[in-house]
Structures are given as structure tokens and as C-alpha cells.
Design a binder for this molecule. Structure first.
Ligand code: PEP
Length: 253
């Protein structure tokens, strides 16, 4: 029998803000949760500030909101200028890492093989990997969305992935930051396809969380979060305002 999966509401702050605004956002999240503590019983929360804001956010973040990074290096510590290792992320207080976001795939040429290697490093350090998958607009127009996502899952997910160390985020690339969301029917179909693939690939695939991401906002959160096999949201733009981020969590019934 499938255990009930508590929804995870994850905020990807991307390359936005300053030390001051990041700290203020963390404080505002705390105030919002103080005002509506029941949200913490309905959802798990995590936020993903830029690397250089991690420490200041960790000092202000309320209990019940986990800290994560937007990426990590593909190797351990060493002579890799500009990279940030999983050891450093643990040291900074992280418990999650986003891997394979479409912006990393697009602008940094990140491959499924690198994502799998990074996920394995995360597992060694007890970090939970949020592995992003999703098709482009052209791939969907050609009807290839399941083929694309199926291949990403096959290549990017290590065989050691478990429900406790991995979350999948389905993010159709054309829906990220565009204001377009996938229709509830398309989300249902893709999440059910991903669930099936996870069950075939992994012993714990039936219990792994699958988040939806792509222009999730307060006004579409309730419908999206009610869809079968949608176990939470990866939120970009709307996670930069505490009231909007918490209003999305409020859509979890
Ligand atoms: C994202 O970047 O992961 C994302 C889903 O962004 P947005 O919510 O702004 O579409």
C-alpha cells in the first residue's frame, strides 16, 4: 500500500535578491508561518537561495523550512574553480539540492550523466536531491514528451535513489517563468507516466515524491495540488514573495 506523501512546497529563488532581501524573505516566511502554523502540518517546506545567500538565510529561516542549494559540483572538494561541493552545502546547513533544472541544462550544458553523479554525491552526504525533468515546447508539439522525460529519468536517476533521498520535479520547460501552466489533464497524464516509470526503475518508486513546477501561483495551486501523483510544487517567481509562496501552500487541502 502507498503511504500518504506529505506535500513539499519548494521555493527556487534562482539568481535574485541581495543579502538583505534574502534575509528579509526568510523572516517574512517565519512571520507568515507564525500566523498560520497549520500550514506546517499540511506541507513540508524548503527554500533554495543563491549560494552566497545560504548562510544569512539559514540564520533567519523558521523551524519547519528546510534549506537547499540550486546546484552542486560533480566532484568532491578540490581544484575546481567556481564550484561548490556537497561538503560545503552540508556545512552551510543545506538538506536539499536541486539538480538538472532546465536552466542548468540549457545555459550550462548539464547532462543526465552529470546529474546522476551529483545525486550520488548528495546521497553520500545525506542530502536530498530534487531531480528536474521536463520537455521543451517543440518536444511537446511533436508528441515526444513521454519519450523525453522517460529518457531523463532512466539516465539521471541513480539506482540507489530512494523515496527518502530523492524527489522528482516535473517542469515542462515551456511553463517555467512564462505564466503558462500545463493543463490539469496534461499534468495528471505526465505524473502518472512518471509514477509508472519510477515503479519500474526503483524499489521505492511508488513512494517517491513528484513535484510539479512551471508558473505555479496562488490562483492555480489548489487545482494543481489536487491532481493524483502531484506531491507538491517547485515554485520559481512566486517564491520570492512570502505571502504568495505561503498562499500556494494554502492551496493544499
Ligand atoms: C522554476 O524555475 O523551477 C519554476 C518553476 O519557475 P516559475 O515558477 O517562475 O515558473
Amino acid at each position: 500500500m502507498i503511504k500518504e506523501r506529505k506535500k513539499l512546497i519548494a521555493g527556487n529563488w534562482k539568481m535574485n535578491g541581495s543579502l538583505g532581501s534574502a534575509a528579509s524573505l526568510a523572516v517574512a516566511l517565519g512571520e507568515g508561518l507564525d500566523h498560520d502554523p497549520a500550514l506546517l502540518t499540511r506541507c513540508d517546506f524548503a527554500v533554495f537561495p543563491p549560494f552566497v545567500h545560504l548562510l544569512v538565510v539559514s540564520q533567519q529561516l523558521p523551524a519547519g523550512v528546510a534549506l537547499g542549494a540550486q546546484d552542486c559540483a560533480v566532484t568532491g572538494d578540490g581544484a575546481y574553480t567556481g564550484d561548490i561541493s556537497v561538503n560545503m552545502l552540508v556545512d552551510a546547513g543545506c538538506s536539499y539540492v536541486i539538480l538538472g533544472h532546465s536552466e542548468r541544462r540549457q545555459y550550462h550544458g548539464e547532462t543526465d550523466g552529470q546529474i546522476a553523479a551529483k545525486a550520488t554525491l548528495c546521497y553520500e552526504k545525506k542530502l536530498t536531491a530534487i531531480i528536474c525533468v521536463g520537455e521543451t515546447e517543440v518536444q511537446r508539439a511533436e508528441g515526444r514528451q513521454e519519450q523525453v522525460v522517460g529518457e531523463q529519468l532512466a539516465r539521471a536517476l541513480p539506482s540507489t535513489a530512494k523515496a527518502a533521498n530523492t524527489v522528482i520535479a516535473y517542469e515542462p520547460v515551456w511553463a517555467i517563468g512564462t505564466g503558462k501552466t500545463a493543463s490539469p489533464e496534461d499534468v495528471k497524464a505526465m505524473h502518472s507516466f512518471i509514477r509508472q516509470r519510477l515503479k519500474e526503475q526503483l524499489a521505492e518508486g511508488g513512494n517517491m515524491r513528484i513535484l510539479y513546477g512551471g508558473s505555479v501561483k496562488p490562483d492555480n495551486a489548489e487545482i494543481l495540488m489536487s491532481i493524483e501523483n502531484v506531491d507538491g510544487a517547485l515554485v520559481g517567481g512566486a517564491s520570492l514573495k512570502a505571502d504568495q509562496f505561503l498562499a500556494i501552500a494554502n492551496g493544499v487541502k
